[in-house]
Design a binder for this molecule. Structure first.
Ligand code: SF4
Length: 326
């Protein structure tokens, strides 16, 4: 099956300026050399600690940021070369749901106006048709029609996230990037929103990129998982392989810190010591070398390339010592 989204060697670096003339004195390597592809109807989880570049990656894919290098192909078309007009069409197909729906919902607009706005901006339908669509999408995400004239502050956190999801659905997108979409919600509400996302995916054949720092949530919703560290993907595999047969020392350490519901079982916590290095000054070799208990000399000067694990195309990892460790 042809991928709906194909990303090759994508980098997103932000300039650091200084001095009286505001000259560029460095750059923040937020995303470096990321390649991945998505097939229609799947969910790719993107996981990592805060500052690992996962949100920047999401924004670069949708061209909220202009990528520094690399290629993003949506249904075979090069997104980085889209004109403003092409971009307008593309943004109908690819939408985002943010962590804090309250911050992204205009507090002075009713739910009807918030949901109708994307249709008005794209000049879609008559007023009556737009209102009909608003009501049908509200029902689809579990909001009540009688709340249509309410304002965002009159809803709970979970309902506000449903409004955020409804707004993303108004233009019939093909891909939705969920950026920490359930992280601010209570656990019971999280599962309701995750179930809603699963239901919508089946009904509307949606493709998701699910960005989160929460491994439990990502495990629940993802078909495949990409682990990011300091702007790079260091491991990508099916959800089952990532959680059952992790290969990269960072993935192993992240998983070992996951809470286990059964208090009789002890977690073999490998412990992540130290902090993520600054993306303004990444280490020259493997970015994880400063925290990796396996690190050898080669790790301090050679960046490990992404390679298949035991010839499996769908499980890739970037570690010089993957054969020794596993
Ligand atoms: Fe650790 Fe070296 Fe592998 Fe990096 S390349 S994860 S430092 S063993």
């Amino acid at each position: 099956m042809k991928p709906i989204l194909e990303v090759n060697n994508l980098s997103m670096h932000f300039p650091i300026t200084g001095g009286l003339l505001r000259r560029q004195v460095g750059k923040v390597h937020a995303v470096t050399d990321v390649s991945l592809c998505l097939t229609r109807g799947e969910t790719l989880g993107v996981v990592g600690e805060s500052g690992c570049g996962k949100t920047t990656l999401g924004r670069a894919l949708i061209r909220l940021y202009e990528p520094t290098e690399g290629s993003v192909k949506f249904e075979g078309k090069e997104v980085t070369e889209f004109s403003d007009n092409d971009l307008k069409g593309f943004r109908k197909d690819m939408q985002m749901v943010f962590q804090d729906p309250y911050a992204s919902l205009n507090p002075r607009m009713t739910i009807q106006d918030i949901l109708e706005e994307p249709l008005s901006l794209h000049q879609i339908g008559t007023k009556a048709e737009r209102q009909e669509k608003v009501v049908s999408i509200m029902k689809l995400v579990g909001l009540r029609e009688e709340d249509i004239l309410k304002f965002p502050h009159e809803f709970s956190g979970g309902q506000r996230q449903r409004i955020g999801i409804a707004r993303a659905l108004m233009l019939n997108p093909k891909i939705i990037i969920c950026d920490e979409a359930v992280s601010a919600l209570d656990v019971s509400i999280q599962s309701q929103v995750l179930n809603l996302l699963n239901k919508l995916q089946k009904e509307l054949k949606l493709t998701y990129i699910f960005i989160s720092h929460d491994l439990t949530v990502v495990k629940y919703i993802s078909d495949r998982v990409a682990i990011m560290y300091l702007g790079r993907i260091i491991e990508l595999a099916s959800s089952e392989d990532i959680y059952e047969k992790p290969q990269h020392p960072y993935t192993k350490a992240l998983l070992s810190s996951m809470p286990i519901p059964d208090p009789r079982k002890r977690n073999n916590d490998l412990g992540l010591v130290g902090d993520v290095p600054s993306p303004a000054n990444p280490p020259p070799g493997c970015a994880f070398a400063t925290r990796c208990s396996w690190a050898k000399e080669i790790c301090s000067h050679d960046v490990p390339q992404i390679e298949e694990v035991n010839g499996q195309k769908d499980h890739i990892v970037a570690c010089h010592l993957k054969s020794e460790i596993n």
